[in-house]
Design a binder for this molecule. Structure first.
Ligand SMILES: [Zn+2]
Ligand SMILES: [Zn+2]
Length: 156
């Protein structure tokens, strides 16, 4: 069972946030942008409705980049420690929380791995995940897999 809100924050603690209720989906992204934003092999995107995401401490800095499908993407990070905290396409109702900062992440596992054509050679995938060579055309399949995986696992 997962207790809500989920909590999380940046590396130094200057930014803290809450996710009030069940996320929409969870994916690992192996694109080269995520490799650089995370300085690791892949990024972790926990998709949440913007209405349930609340910053409870600090104000992030925003760096905007051009994204392949969506146009502009705002990337929020801590001005003290530099940790990337979340991404949002302006006007979009979904926030992508960079899930390595979630405190109780053990309870959540990605249901999909995307942009596998740029995955690092040492990447190993669990057997029961959706796999995409690039960005999926839409995230319906990922969100449905998440609901199926999480059925009965939520408590609000
Ligand atoms: Zn920080
Ligand atoms: Zn990515």
């Amino acid at each position: 069972m997962t207790d809500f809100p989920l909590t999380g924050g940046c590396q130094c603690g200057a930014l803290r946030y809450e996710v009030a209720s069940e996320p929409l989906g969870f994916a690992a992204c192996h694109c080269t942008e995520c490799q650089r934003q995370s300085m690791s092999a892949h990024g972790l995107s926990l998709y949440v409705d913007a209405a349930v995401f609340t910053l409870i401490k600090g104000t992030p800095q925003i760096w905007s980049r051009v994204a392949a499908l969506s146009g502009k993407m705002d990337c929020a990070f801590c001005s003290t420690c530099g940790a990337r905290v979340f991404h949002r396409i302006p006007g979009d109702s979904v926030i992508s929380v960079k899930a390595g900062g979630i405190d109780n992440l053990q309870e959540l596992q990605p249901v999909a791995h995307i942009w596998l054509h740029s995955a690092r050679a040492f990447t190993a995938l669990p057997p029961d995940v959706l796999r995409y060579d690039e960005e999926p055309e839409d995230f319906t399949e990922i969100f449905e897999a998440w609901r199926t995986r999480r059925g009965g696992a939520t408590r609000q």
